[in-house]
Ligand binder design. Sequence first.
Ligand SMILES: [Zn+2]
Length: 169
Amino acid sequence: MLRPLVKYGAHGLHAPAAPVVDFGDELQTLIDDMIETMYAAPGIGLAAPQIGVPLQVCVIDLSSGKRGGEVLALVNPQFVERDGMQLEEEGCLSVPGFSATVPRPARVIVRARDRHGAERTVEGTGLLARALQHEIDHLEGRLFLDRLRGVKRDIIVRKIKKLQRSGKW
Ligand SMILES: [Zn+2]
């Protein structure tokens, strides 16, 4: 089932999410819905707070569903290692219409549970490293805008506030 996406300003996007303790049917439905919602957007990653669910769950598929079997569903992910630096343009389904160049580590190792609760480790470089960090930021209540230097961030936030005031956000 498609779930509605929430946008910048929604409280849950700016607060840390809680760890998952129950790997039952509700979590399975949540993950299926998140994958469907990510593909429909389309996007390459989605975190549960983006559909208003305050849990540490994210899905990533760099092909956005175009290649089979590439979707990653991560529950309670934590960084084990982060190194290097990359600078690339980044956007977010919760901040539609805006993008910015965001500095991120070039390589990460993440430890997480899979959808059934089994422990797994994921190593990512390049775009996958960026997607992992972007989604884990969501689980900590951070958006890519919060990674920008003051002035760059302020310009985008001012534009969003203007859209909010005119009811176009
Ligand atoms: Zn995002």
